[in-house]
Design a protein around this ligand. Structure first.
Ligand code: COA
Length: 257
């Protein structure tokens, strides 16, 4: 248990917040464990969207370096370290996850965003993955996912040069969706999450599952989508969407899933 991570649910949105501002939200093993639990539980709980947030000015300074030295994690080793539990839970989260970055996003603070569905940041945010500077190496698929998002040369700015990106560059390179003002940032991200939480939950889940399914033969993908599309056409969710359209009202998906 740790009080350095808080978990709060409101309007079917779960906010997992790192709260260790005196250490710029450097993440310890108990913090990873708490976040892993909250993410895993989200699959079964009555929440539809998860936000991962930090403290004002410090989303995260990355893995706690003292922890790194005391208990170096061996990813893929016999005993799964808490950081791996956390990243596995993030990748396995069936519901959309939104990264809400206000301030520093160092190391895994940036890596984790690559596995979120959406990410927003304040203008004072800074993104860097200084692994090579620390004589370490890229982690958790970032050497594959980041070049896929920004291209190899641009990814190498972060992964080889250890560059520091400001929020504008992160937005320009699609690492984040948008830069939002610092004033009202949490509320603005929550509003986006609530918008998503109001949509048909099975449809959202299916869309996320498709988006995160590894690339495959295009025909196979079309067939896969088609099966889900056909299933959704027969669903109560679609019935509600179509009825709402006919009745010229907003659909109400609150009773589903
Ligand atoms: N692990 C452990 N402690 C950390 C930490 C980390 N990753 N990052 C910051 N801290 C601690 C500092 O030791 C300091 O503790 P102290 O007040 O007890 O001395 C406190 O957080 C504040 O950090 P400070 O360096 O004074 O803040 P800053 O605003 O000048 O710089 C950073 C912030 C994040 C740029 C800087 O702390 C830093 O480079 N941290 C290391 C980041 C890193 O390498 N992460 C791992 C990537 S794999």
């Amino acid at each position: 248990m740790t009080d350095l991570v808080s978990v709060a649910d409101a309007n079917r949105v779960r906010t997992i917040r790192m709260n260790r501002p005196d250490k710029k939200n450097a993440i310890t093993r108990p913090m990873y464990a708490a976040m892993a639990d909250a993410l895993s539980a989200a699959n079964g709980d009555d929440v539809r969207v998860v936000i991962i947030a930090g403290a004002p000015g410090a989303f995260s300074a990355g893995n706690d370096l003292v922890d790194f030295m005391e208990a170096p994690p061996h990813i893929g080793g016999e005993d799964t370290p808490p950081v791996e539990d956390f990243m596995r839970a993030l990748l396995a989260c069936e519901k959309p996850v939104i990264g809400a970055v206000d301030g520093l996003a160092v190391g895994i603070g940036t890596t984790l965003l690559l596995h979120c569905d959406l990410a927003y940041a304040t203008p004072r945010s800074m993104f860097t993955t200084p692994f090579v500077n620390l004589a370490l190496a890229p982690e958790f698929g970032s050497s594959q996912v980041l070049p896929g998002i920004v291209g190899r040369a641009v990814a190498s700015e972060l992964l080889l040069l250890g560059a520091k990106w400001d929020a504008a560059r992160a937005e320009a390179k699609s690492l984040i969706n948008a830069v939002l003002p610092e004033a009202g940032f949490d509320a603005a991200v929550h509003a986006i999450a609530e918008d998503l939480a109001a949509k048909a939950p099975a449809a959202v889940k299916a869309a996320k599952a498709l988006i995160t399914t590894p690339e495959e033969d295009l025909h196979a993908r079309i067939v896969r989508e088609g099966g889900i599309f056909a299933g959704q056409l027969r669903s109560q969710e679609f019935k509600e969407a179509a009825t709402a359209f006919m009745e010229r009202r907003a659909p109400d998906f609150s009773r589903f899933g």
